[in-house]
Unconditional design. Structure first.
Length: 302
């Protein structure tokens, strides 16, 4: 839907901006043998991996998939098991597609920029392609090549070769970046085509279904907010003797020290029986204790 496209576009734009700031303020090639490759690959891969994990974590479908359980009343059959496997595969593909937006954008932008790639592989370029006949050992040649990303460290006689090497590496990096973008675009397009071909719904029916799912989620969230507020209101009323916002409060309840201690502290979700949970310490207290104790009359006109 349009919401997904807009969300993906915003994620891509934020990733591009973050990558530019990240490169400007933090990236500085060490220009040392053995360290360039690790440093360049770390800047290429680690942020992409972090963005991938964040993409999975911020998707509600991930937690639905992780926490979802088969109903106890559902009869297990081969067809049900096959349908569930298909659904899990479909949801995983959907989650992965959304999660890959930021890391793929990061990789594409960094490859097109070229700085990370130049730093990572500069010491592995064969120098004889550029007419630079260095009468030095292999280790010394690699040391010189590793300094190419840092212009101030390059010997004057190697300046022309350094420029040609950096041009070649930037060319390779940018071609790889555009190829990555092309592969992703073609994959997304073919995925949508295949999904449409195998969909049991017509075009208009699919639009209706998408609209229904969206509206159902919005209404469910609104009902969840109102239901939880009303449910919590009953427990707060029992503890304090009134509900916040009430008019003409005639009396309030004074909780005892033991009751304050009972609702204070840390609590986990507590299972009461096979079907119900206690959501908080106040919830647990309200279900177990009677609302006896001290009540104080209040003036209606303060």
């Amino acid at each position: 839907g349009k919401e997904v496209v807009i969300a993906n576009a915003i994620i891509a734009i934020l990733t591009i901006g973050g990558q530019q700031l990240f490169s400007f303020f933090t990236f500085s090639c060490p220009c040392h043998v053995g360290q360039n490759l690790i440093y360049g690959l770390a800047f290429l891969g680690v942020p992409a991996l972090i963005l991938l994990i964040v993409g999975y974590a911020l998707n509600n479908q991930t937690w639905r998939l992780v926490t979802g359980k088969r109903s106890h009343f559902e009869k297990v059959t081969t067809s049900n098991r096959l349908l569930k496997c298909k659904l899990i595969c479909f949801v995983l593909c959907s989650i992965t597609g959304r999660a890959l937006v930021a890391p793929v954008t990061w990789l594409a932008v960094t490859l097109i920029n070229g700085s990370y790639y130049v730093c990572a592989v500069s010491e592995y370029v064969p120098m004889y392609y550029y007419g630079a006949d260095l009468n030095v050992t292999d280790s010394e040649r690699r040391r010189i090549l590793a300094t190419f990303p840092c212009s101030q460290l390059v010997p004057p006689e190697m300046t022309r070769a350094k420029d040609e090497v950096i041009l070649l590496l930037r060319y390779q990096s940018q071609v790889a970046g555009w190829l990555l973008i092309a592969v992703v675009v073609i994959t997304v397009f073919l995925s949508y085509c295949l999904a449409s071909c195998f969909s049991p719904l017509s075009f208009l029916h699919f639009r209706y279904w998408s609209s229904y799912v969206h509206n159902e989620q919005v209404l469910f969230d609104e009902a969840t907010e109102q239901h939880s507020r009303l449910y919590a209101m009953q427990h707060v009323r029992k503890f304090f003797g009134f509900v916040p916002g009430s008019e003409n409060v005639k009396e309030i309840r004074i909780p005892s020290l033991r009751e304050w201690q009972a609702i204070s502290g840390l609590a986990f979700l507590k299972q009461v029986d096979e079907e119900h949970y206690d959501y908080s310490l106040l919830h647990d207290w309200a279900l177990k204790e009677r609302a006896n104790g001290k009540y104080l009359k209040t003036d209606e006109d303060p």
